[in-house]
Design a protein around this ligand. Structure first.
Ligand code: SF4
Length: 337
């Protein structure tokens, strides 16, 4: 199997498993089913450790499309498994618990998007990959946190842009491009919004030599840029990165300590990628309850019984796939969340 720069291969057995030998049983059942196990960076450590591949949402979806296995077990939230299904409609895609939603994807419905489009009939719709299949089907171009700036920059300057659903990522793009005719949906992820500027500022002051890795969905992304712009933190120490980009930056940095502003599950992969660095969460309560619904028991059930299967209407999938492919044609999509 190919391992991309944004994806790490799973390793060893994890802690906090329901019984000794759990990882071996999961792997044996997956093999019997002809399934590959994918885990998002925010999954529980035990799930990350048993997976064949760990990474960000888009990189995992592309792995799902490339691997020979015809069954994918996607340990992540529902929109991510849907994206894998959109890119691999002929494969069986399973998610261990289909109730694992996402507050950011839920912050705009397809009906709300249609109303917004009706108010701006000539606008180009740009959606972050954290959206449902129905919203992707109403989208012109998808984007990830790595390429959102490039995607919006590719749209002729006289065209209005509707950017959704994340207001912090949207603000980052608008600020970078200084683009007035870009409307940003006021959605947010409750986990990332809870990592605020005051907390980041306090941590940066008490750890003056640390690098700052900040996910652009965070409420603190603006504060991070401000700290760098004002000279309070050296500009080269502040890095706004997707989760996949954080792994690359961890391998490249010379810093001995890194403050990480994203969901706390990310620390597990960062510590594996660069064990000599002290990684600390900016907010150690930033844990996504939806991601943590994928428990070791749920994964075992999934590989044993083939649950829960993800279905996407083929017509919606084709339209959503076109929006994802337009993004890929613009440039390196890097990673999503
Ligand atoms: S961390 Fe936020 S954006 Fe990511 S899956 Fe959880 S709710 Fe959604």
């Amino acid at each position: 199997m190919t391992v991309t720069a944004d994806v790490q291969q799973g390793a060893g057995s994890g802690a906090d498993v329901p019984f000794p030998g759990w990882a071996d049983e999961v792997r044996a059942l997956a093999k019997k089913r002809g399934a590959v196990l994918l885990a998002h960076n925010y999954q529980l450590p035990a799930i990350q450790d048993v997976a064949d591949f760990v990474g960000d949402s888009l990189a995992l979806s592309r792995i799902a499309a490339d691997v020979e296995a015809d069954t994918i077990v996607f340990c992540g939230v529902h929109f991510m498994a849907e994206t894998a299904k959109i890119l691999s409609p002929e494969k069986t895609v399973l998610i261990p618990d289909a109730r694992a939603g996402c507050s950011l994807a839920d912050s705009i419905t397809v009906e709300q998007l249609r109303e917004w489009k009706a108010e701006h009939p000539d606008a180009v719709v740009v959606s972050y990959v954290n959206t449902t299949a129905a919203v992707k089907a109403e989208t012109d171009i998808c984007c990830t946190s790595s390429n959102a700036v490039e995607v919006v920059a590719s749209i002729p300057e006289d065209r209005e842009v509707l950017f959704l659903p994340d207001q912090f990522l949207g603000a980052h793009v608008r600020r970078t491009l200084d683009r007035e005719n870009m409307h940003v949906w006021a959605g947010e992820c409750h986990v990332h919004a809870g990592i605020n500027g005051a907390e980041l500022t306090r941590q940066a002051e008490t750890h003056p030599d640390a690098d700052l890795f900040v996910h652009p969905e965070c409420g603190c992304a603006t504060s991070a840029l401000y700290l760098a712009g004002s000279g309070a933190v050296a500009a080269d120490k502040v890095k706004i990165l997707s989760t996949g980009g954080m792994i690359d930056a961890a391998r490249a940095t010379k810093a001995k300590q890194v403050l990480v502003a994203t969901e706390v599950g990310m620390l597990h992969q960062l510590r594996r990628a660069a064990p000599e660095i002290d990684f600390q969460a900016v907010n150690d309560r930033a844990s996504c309850g939806y991601m943590k619904m994928i428990t070791p028991e749920a994964l075992l059930r999934s590989v044993r019984h083939g649950t829960d299967e993800v279905h996407v209407d083929p017509e919606l999938a084709a339209r959503g796939r076109a929006a994802v492919e337009r993004m890929i044609a613009i440039g390196q999509p890097g990673g999503g969340e």
